[in-house]
Design a protein around this ligand. Structure first.
Ligand SMILES: [Zn+2]
Length: 170
């Protein structure tokens, strides 16, 4: 529910209340929540346009749901203070304040900067049921979210370094 009501006018809270409360408490519900509640303005570009703009590996991960090899990403052990933006569209996604060492081999966060910046979607590829994390603005594939993260959320946003662009705190 908190996914929807954050920073929303009261009328929207009322409108979305029923839909949001109906789908507590699994991650899947947040998928529905985000789809129903996100008001992010979308960026629409063709695959060809993205391919022209992005490095080949960035394109593969963000536009074709690829995964960088574990322990290889440039932000895996990155500890500077700042925020992480979407590499494709510059949308602020995560803060160094919620980054932690999960031991997974990928940058891990226990919360996004703003739930409305992300879209979650069920991913049944490779014989697993996972929850895909996408940029709500440009639909870039970022990684997955799991329910084995630390407090207070218990969530682990497992994100590819190549999907991110770091902006140091000033
Ligand atoms: Zn984006």
């Amino acid at each position: 529910m908190e996914l929807c009501i954050k920073n929303k006018p009261k009328i929207l809270i009322t409108l979305f209340f029923t839909a949001c409360i109906a789908c507590k408490p699994s991650i899947q519900t947040k998928i529905t929540d985000n789809r129903g509640c996100t008001k992010m303005e979308k960026i629409h570009k063709s695959e060809e346009e993205w391919q022209k703009e992005l490095d080949p590996f960035v394109f593969k991960v963000t536009r074709q749901k690829g995964t960088e090899p574990a322990f290889t990403g440039k932000y895996y052990k990155h500890k500077e203070k700042g925020i992480y933006l979407c590499i494709c569209c510059g949308q602020p996604l995560f803060s160094s304040a919620t980054k932690y060492d999960s031991g997974s081999g990928w940058p891990s966060f226990w919360a996004p900067l703003d739930n409305n910046s992300l879209e979650l979607e069920e991913d049944r590829s490779y014989g697993m049921i996972r929850t895909e994390v996408k940029c709500a603005r440009c639909d870039a594939h970022l990684g997955h979210v799991f329910e084995d993260g630390p407090k207070p959320t218990g969530l682990r946003y497992c994100i590819n370094s190549v999907a991110l662009k770091f902006q140091a705190e000033q």
